[in-house]
Design a binder for this molecule. Structure first.
Ligand code: 1CP
Length: 353
């Protein structure tokens, strides 16, 4: 049996794995992007003890605890590893810091020469603490809960590396990507190799599903979307499926709009994460007919709660409930989210339709 493949079949398998395998379900499997984090008081307490955020990701006992906190409270079907997409630039030797209130700060990478000097050998060795956490999490989860590993997709990670942090106009990275395709390909190629190594090591350590977060896929025009989102994702998916057949890869090209269908057809992802702007009826016809879909409650509806949230949950379930489906948000849980709304959401998703 290949690493990561599970011997259980049919109804004995974990609900999340069954949904991702396309099995019909009485109720959808559910987990939430950013289900660990500042909206949880126990996370804020844990975070206070850590010197910095990266240290939290790279200290197995803290990463294990942060991963398990939302599972203890809400019992989701998926536990997502507590880590960050920016551990990959860190493992490539770039400086990465997280400043309070400011977000991530990286040393900007702006030239082909610098991209060519990135060393991808040894990435997985440098992130050994992450895989140690995975093995420990796997041993603490109930037999019903699946462990989700993840990485940022090359384009999204490149935006942080080139801009030097969060920058909502993407001027530097788009200028490079659109104006010097061959030079920018050098950076993307390095990130493809590093991402395959990182995800493959996560699967070997015990991740049963992996998700590629392409949070900024939506800012590219079509030609660049094909070159920097679809093509690198296809290479990562092919490499992972060769090494770990049977381990589902969820693609999340946030904001991809009309490019969602090409992304699904051309990357080979096993399932597709939908952002909240994707109309459910259209996605049901054009995407769920191809692969299982995951999403897509607006995170602000989880902040609002009450009848507005309940109605939106019912509408999403009505659209997707008849096919392969994993309930999630359209993006991450927001820090101002009331904990009781998350409890209520999980109940609503699990009640009879
Ligand atoms: O002090 C803190 O607690 C830092 C806040 C925080 C947290 C809780 C950051 C900094 N990262 C994380 C954890 C994290 N990041 C997870 C954990 C698992 C879970 O989902 O519960 C995951 C999956 C991520 C992924 C991530 N990091 C993405 C992709 C998803 C998305 O939200 O678009 C991105 C873009 C990042 C970069 C990042 N990490 C942290 C910040 C503040 C940012 C910048 C976000 C931005 O530019 O808006």
């Amino acid at each position: 049996m290949e690493q990561g493949e599970k011997p259980e079949t049919g109804s004995r398998r974990k609900p999340l794995l069954r949904a991702l395998a396309g099995e019909p379900m009485d109720r959808p499997a559910v987990w939430l992007m950013r289900q660990a984090g500042r909206y949880l008081p126990e996370y804020r307490a844990l975070r206070q003890d850590a010197t910095n955020f990266l240290d939290m990701c790279l200290t197995p006992e803290r990463a294990v605890e942060a991963t398990l906190q939302p599972i203890r409270r809400f019992g989701m079907d998926g536990a997502i590893l507590f880590c960050d997409i920016l551990v990959v630039p860190f493992a490539l030797g770039r400086s990465v810091a997280f400043r309070e209130g400011e977000g991530p700060v990286l040393e900007p990478l702006r030239t082909r020469k610098e991209a060519a000097s990135l060393v991808t050998d040894g990435v997985a060795e440098r992130l050994g603490a992450v895989y140690a956490a995975i093995t420990e999490i796997q041993s603490s989860l109930s037999p019903e809960t699946a462990l989700i590993g993840f990485a940022g997709a090359p384009w999204t990670v490149a935006t942080y590396m080139v801009e030097g942090g969060t920058n909502r106009d993407f001027a530097a990275v788009k200028r490079w990507a659109l104006g010097d395709e061959e030079g920018f390909d050098v950076l993307i190629d390095r990130l493809v190799d590093a991402t395959v190594a990182h995800l493959s090591a996560q699967i070997t350590a015990g991740a049963e599903v992996v998700q590629l977060f392409d949070s900024w896929a939506g800012v590219l025009p079509e030609r660049a979307f094909r070159r920097y989102v679809i093509a690198p994702t296809a290479r990562i998916v092919t490499a992972l499926k060769t090494r770990h057949p049977g381990v589902p890869v969820i693609g999340f090209p946030r904001g991809a709009g009309l490019m969602y269908r090409a992304y699904v057809m051309e990357t080979g992802v096993s399932a597709i994460g939908l952002d909240s702007a994707v109309p459910c009826a259209i996605a049901q016809r054009t995407l769920q007919s191809l692969v299982p879909v995951q999403g897509n409650l607006d995170p602000l509806l989880l902040v609002v709660g009450g009848a507005a949230m309940a109605e939106a949950v019912a509408a999403i379930r009505a659209s997707f409930g008849g096919g392969p489906f994993v309930f999630n948000l359209g993006h991450g849980v927001l820090p101002q989210t009331p904990v009781e709304n998350v409890e209520r959401l999980v109940e609503l998703v699990r009640c009879a339709p």
